[in-house]
Each structure stands twice: as C-alpha cells, then as structure tokens.
Design a binder for this molecule. Structure first.
Ligand code: PLP
Length: 464
C-alpha cells in the first residue's frame, strides 16, 4: 500500500471520498495500481476524467471534449442519460444481484425487449458481461448445434480478447495470442476501396468476395464448418459497409451447407447504424446475433447472444454447457430496459439514421473534396470512417498497416490537433472514425465536423 492511498480511505460519504481525490492523486494512483489494456504500462499517461454529460466529457482542468468516439463506440445513448441512471439506482435499491439460475423480473423484461427488436425467429437471449464472451458462447452454440468444429471469420475484424474471440479476430491483436483455438479459418470480406480481388466497383467486389468465400469453403470442406461469423458492418477495422447482396449471398451459402450465420453486432447494433441491428438494413435473418456495448451503453457491463428457435431447440432436452456467475446481472439489465425504452420514446434510432444521411455523410463528403489526405469516406448512421492517405492516386495509407512509434506520427499529429480543439476522435491505423453517440444533435455533429476539417489540414502536410 502506498502513502497516497490514505486519502482514499478517509472518512466521509462515498461521494465525499471520491470528490476528495484531486487530479494529481487520481493520476498517481492510476500509475501505481491500475494495469491498462493493450498498453506498455510505462509509456502511457491516461487522462483523468472529472465528469461527462450528453455528448461531452470534461477533464480536471475544466477542458471540455466533444466525444466523436463514444468512448469505445459504446455510449450510444450519451453520457449520464437520466432515465438510465435512475433505473440503475432504483434497481440497486430493489435487488443488486441474483445468480442466473433464478428467474428475475428485470432480466426477463430485458430479454423480452431485446427479442422484440431482434429479427423474427430469434426469441431467446443468453446474457454475458460483454462482447468477447458473447462470441465465445455463440461459437459454442453453433458447434454443438451442428456437431461440426470449424468457424470462418474475416481478416478485417475484431471479436474480443478472450481465447476463442481473439482467435476469431482477424486484426493484429490476434498475433500475440497465437496459436489460439484450433479450427478457425480466416477469409477476406468485401472492401471495395482496398479490394483483395482487384475489383473496381461494389458489384464486382460483392461477386468476387462471395466466390472467394465459396472456394474457401470448398477446400476446407463445408461439412466441417459450424459457423461463419461476421461483423455486419465491420467496426474498428474500417467501417466496412458490405455491398448490397453480400450478406444475402453469405446467408445462401450457409443455407446450402447447413452452416450457422453469426452476426457480431457488438459495435454495429443498437442504433449505431440507424437501425436496431445493422442486419435489419439488408433483411437477412442470422442464426445467432451477438451484442454488447449499445444495449445499455455500458453503464453496467452487459452483452449476450440472441438465439434462433432451432438452436434454442437443440438445448431443450440437452444441457447447454456454458454459464457465467453474472449472466443477466440485474443492474445491467435495468440499464438495458431503461435504455431500450428511452431509444423508443426519444426516437434515438431515427436520430442516428438522420444524422448520417443529412449531416455527417454530406459534410464528410464536402470535407473530403477539400483535403488531399482524405482517400475515402464511408459509413451510415453514426458509424463513419475517413480513410487518410499520403497519395490519393496510389491510395498509399497515411501510415502503414499496424504502424506504431515514429511510423504512426502523422496520425498522432492529427489526433493531437483534434484534442487541442476540444474534439475526442477515434483513430485506428490510417483512419479516423466519426462515431459519436446516437443522441448527438445536428449542431454538435456540425461542431465536431468543423474541428475535423481544421485538423485534417495537419494530415494534409504529410501527403506527397
Ligand atoms: N465484437 C466487436 C465487433 C467489437 O467491436 C468488440 C469490442 O470492441 C468486441 C466484439 C468485444 O467486446 P468486449 O470488449 O465487450 O469483450
């Protein structure tokens, strides 16, 4: 125990104790005792956050940031939504926790609401604490339901950091955890701007990506494949909106070979794409949907798998061999019930769709036309990517794939320019994503896009 911990154990109410921690203490306790994700612990300096509300958060110096990242693309309802906060407080007074083998009012109601917004034929919810566990359980269900072991996943994907989910993940975060789980096969999904198939337009990309998937299935033996898992719209790895017809084509291949289609809607779901689920846009019915993040904006951790009736039937007489102590935690479910209700009452899904169509999309296209560093703009709802390049003609990325240190400096300079101007961006490799809360107002979106426009002048200085 260090000397600084004394201030955290002084008498007083909980709020008084927390408010007594000044910025320097928060920072020093963090550096001494908190071990951060994905980081070299000695090279980071996490910013202490004092408070947050709506689309903004504040540091201890009073500097306000407009959040164009929704944290990790999870604060779909914005910060401190009063109805969600009240539901958590009220549920804490009613019943803080109860183990999953009991039936519980708020868990039942959350499951009902989630099934109600899911596509027809997906009526049951297995609750987890987050997205990685949701994907672990979805592939377990698919394997047991089909009696097969292989799972197909795309290279441009992130599915979580637990053993199975990091093996599903296509991006470089998988590498340190290899060899990972056996039986997971990666393939290329559609990405017209950087086509793996030398396609020149979306139709070619769709057809060639489907032919590639069909061929890969053929050589792997489709009768050995339990599931294909896809992010409906790829999130962190580029906001890749599939061309119309692609998901329908994947569904048809699954049907042809008795393969389960799992759509990972952890990031794309619950309003992010201007729909309850991104898959709604294409009218495709998957066998399993995984969710987390936007279901309750992470006010209390919650994720899960929405299960089709045939897969649920497999486990009617046969035990499902999986569980979690906190599955369907009442506080998390209370936040989900209040959040889904507020989404409905406040037209939050429509707001996200309109922001994309009327403000973010058109304004980003104008911005792209002005800046030589912008190679491509794509997205929908409040889910957009601006892809930065050194050269528009060659499409050379502004920083190399998986760049770190000096190689990543152009992106670091762009990020710093945003933050200096009060905008918190989401960046990944050579892209900045415009992923604000679904509750963002048009005026707030304009404010953030104006900052982005200014900061892109910094990116322009690195073009050739
Ligand atoms: N799937 C997708 C598409 C994600 O974006 C993420 C997290 O960013 C996950 C799964 C993992 O979710 P979690 O961090 O809650 O385990």
């Amino acid at each position: 125990m260090s000397a600084t911990t004394a201030s955290a154990t002084s008498p007083g109410s909980f709020t008084e104790r927390m408010d007594a921690l000044d910025e320097a203490t928060v920072r020093s306790l963090d550096r001494s005792h908190v071990f951060h994700s994905w980081s070299a612990q000695g090279l980071i300096d996490p910013l202490p956050i004092a408070r947050a509300e709506g689309s903004y958060f504040w540091d201890y110096s009073g500097r306000r940031y407009l959040d164009f990242s929704s944290q990790l693309v999870n604060i779909n309802i914005g910060y401190q939504h009063p109805k969600v906060v009240a539901a958590i407080q009220e549920q804490a007074a009613r019943l803080t926790t109860i183990q999953p083998a009991f039936a519980n009012d708020v868990r039942s109601e959350a499951a009902r609401l989630i099934a109600e917004v899911a596509p027809d034929g997906l009526d049951r919810v297995f609750f987890t604490n987050g997205g990685a566990e949701a994907n672990e359980n979805a592939i377990r269900m698919a394997r047991l339901h089909t009696g097969r072991h292989k799972v197909f996943a795309t290279y441009r994907s992130y599915h979580g950091a637990t053993a199975g989910s990091i093996t599903l993940t296509g991006d470089p975060r998988r590498w340190p955890s290899e060899p990972g789980q056996p039986g997971i096969v990666h393939f290329w999904g559609p990405y017209t701007y950087r086509s793996a198939f030398h396609a020149e337009d979306d139709e070619q990309e769709r057809d060639r990506a489907l032919a590639h998937l069909r061929d890969t299935l053929m050589v792997e033996g489709p009768h050995t494949v339990a599931a294909i898992i896809l992010e409906t719209v790829v999130g962190t790895n580029g906001i890749l909106v599939p061309p119309d017809g692609y998901l329908e084509g994947v569904r048809a291949l699954c049907d042809e070979h008795g393969i389960m289609l799992i759509v990972d809607e952890v990031m794309a779901g619950f309003g992010r794409c201007g729909e309850w689920f991104a898959i709604d846009r294409w009218g495709v019915t998957p066998d399993l949907i995984t969710f987390a993040k936007g279901v309750n904006s992470g006010y209390v951790p919650l994720g899960g798998v929405i299960i089709s009736d045939p897969i649920a039937e497999t486990f009617r007489e046969r035990a499902y061999p999986g569980g979690l102590t906190y599955s369907g935690h009442p506080l998390a479910c209370a936040a989900a019930v209040a959040s889904i209700t507020a989404f409905r009452e406040e037209g939050i899904i429509d707001n996200a769709r309109r922001l994309g169509e009327e403000v973010i999309g058109p304004r980003l296209r104008e911005i792209a036309a002005k800046h030589p560093s912008v190679g491509d703009v794509r997205g929908l709802g409040v889910f957009w990517a601006v892809e930065l390049v050194r050269d528009r003609d060659t499409r050379e990325p502004l920083v190399p794939f998986n760049a770190a240190g000096d190689a990543a400096k152009p992106m670091a300079a762009f990020t710093a320019a945003c933050k200096e101007r009060g905008l918190w961006p989401f960046t990944h490799f050579n892209r900045t994503h415009v992923v604000p809360p679904c509750t963002t107002t048009p005026a707030e979106a304009e404010e953030g896009l104006a900052v982005l426009d200014e900061a892109l002048a910094v990116a322009d200085t690195f073009t050739t």
